[in-house]
Design a protein around this ligand. Structure first.
Ligand SMILES: Cc1ncc(C[n+]2csc(CCOP(=O)(O)OP(=O)(O)O)c2C)c(N)n1
Ligand code: SF4
Ligand SMILES: [Mg+2]
Length: 351
């Protein structure tokens, strides 16, 4: 545990974004995770994405469960709203907060234990309900915080640091998110910021349930030869489906790539995701093709990364429930209470 405070002074020449904030303004407390933990790289990618998107920190709500991964919101967006919930229960807390105040940007951060083991039911329902959020699983295949037991995403046959072999089938979070109706589904690697930052930016501006599974090696318990979630394994078996640029509405749309190599996917908020296709046969708008593609490559021992599926016209839970446009927390008694005459009428209709 470190009690060191981060220095507040910084060089006056640090670059600022459109709001006048520096990247430092999007950071949090000093990390207490093990040096080299993949989770810290994901925190840095979140900081960069929010800085580059010019997001006002007070408009973001970060929520998590329990685990090393779920501790990380302390280490980024120090000026945002934050709620560290119970193990595996972040999705229901996030859903409630989103229903009460639809005007915030919701960022759920979880671990593979938090989401695929104890929290699997909550994960399933938050995806199928289409809650407008970014849901990041920092996936290391183990329960890092409790000293390296296999989690439900650990591959069958993978070895623990102590030499124990995992006998259980792995749950693939991407496959589940696709089947459950998530409308932005991506996988990345904590050590690949060039891919991860645009994915987080795309997910932040998406208008529905956005899920990113980030392979994030646990250097203390799962970064050895028998692991399928180690730095070396992922670097050797990574199969990227696309390279992604994210363009805000004001950016010039350039044409410096040959026709046929680029797909621009416009979002309802006016931003655009530009996919530079590496594989001509990969179509990110087909949910079932994405599932098949990922399974075929998984059978060959390959970890497919990139934006696997996007529904640019996604809707969310508020639309499904037909909630009012005013955030529920802002409704006064007059709007919330129909009055005794209306209540008498309802009661009379039920007699
Ligand atoms: C209800 C409950 N059960 C068990 C625990 C013990 N526990 C704390 S963190 C954790 C697993 C965390 O694993 P993961 O979500 O993958 O996060 P990581 O530490 O690997 O980032 C467990 C089992 C707990 N805190 N609460
Ligand atoms: S135990 Fe693993 S997951 Fe937890 S901080 Fe250390 S390296 Fe990261
Ligand atoms: Mg884990």
């Amino acid at each position: 545990m470190t009690f060191l405070a981060k220095p507040k002074l910084h060089h006056p020449g640090l670059p600022t974004n459109a709001l006048g904030y520096t990247r430092r303004d999007y950071e949090g407390a000093i990390s207490t995770l093990c040096a080299g933990c993949g989770h810290d790289s994901i925190s840095a990618a979140i900081v960069r994405a929010c800085f580059e998107l010019d997001l006002p920190p007070h408009r973001i709500a970060k929520l998590s469960g329990i685990g090393c991964s779920s501790k990380t919101p302390t280490y980024f967006l120090g000026a945002s709203h934050g709620f560290n919930s119970v193990h595996g229960r972040m999705p229901s807390v996030l859903t409630g907060a989103n229903l009460a105040n639809r005007e915030l940007i919701y960022l759920g951060v979880s671990g593979d234990g938090d989401s695929a083991s104890i929290g699997l039911g909550q994960f399933a329902h938050v995806m199928r309900r289409g809650v407008n959020m970014v849901y990041i699983v920092e996936n290391n295949g183990v329960y890092g915080l409790t000293k390296g037991q296999f989690s439900a995403t650990s591959d069958k046959g993978a070895k623990s640091k102590r030499g124990v072999t995992n006998a259980d089938e792995a749950i693939d979070m991407i496959g589940m998110a696709l089947q459950l109706g998530a409308t932005f589904v991506a996988r990345s690697f904590s050590g690949d910021k060039a891919q991860l930052v645009p994915l987080i930016k795309g997910a932040m501006t998406h208008g529905g349930a956005a899920f990113i599974d980030v392979i994030s090696p646990c250097v203390t318990f799962n970064n050895h030869g028998g692991s399928t979630k180690s730095y070396d394994y992922v670097r050797q078996h990574n199969e990227a489906v696309s390279r992604i640029d994210f363009m805000t509405p004001g950016d010039e749309i350039t044409t410096d790539y040959a026709p046929g190599e680029v797909v621009d996917v416009p979002h309802s908020d006016g931003s655009t995701l530009r996919l530079r296709k590496l594989h001509a046969d990969y179509d990110p708008t087909d949910r079932y093709a994405a599932l098949a593609y990922m399974n075929q490559h998984a059978a060959r021992g390959e970890v497919v990364t990139g934006l696997l599926y996007l529904d640019a016209l996604a809707t969310d839970l508020h639309l499904a429930l037909n909630t009012c446009s005013t955030p529920l927390y802002a409704l006064d008694e007059g709007a919330l209470c129909p009055g005794s005459a209306a209540l008498k009428g309802i009661n009379a209709a039920l007699r």
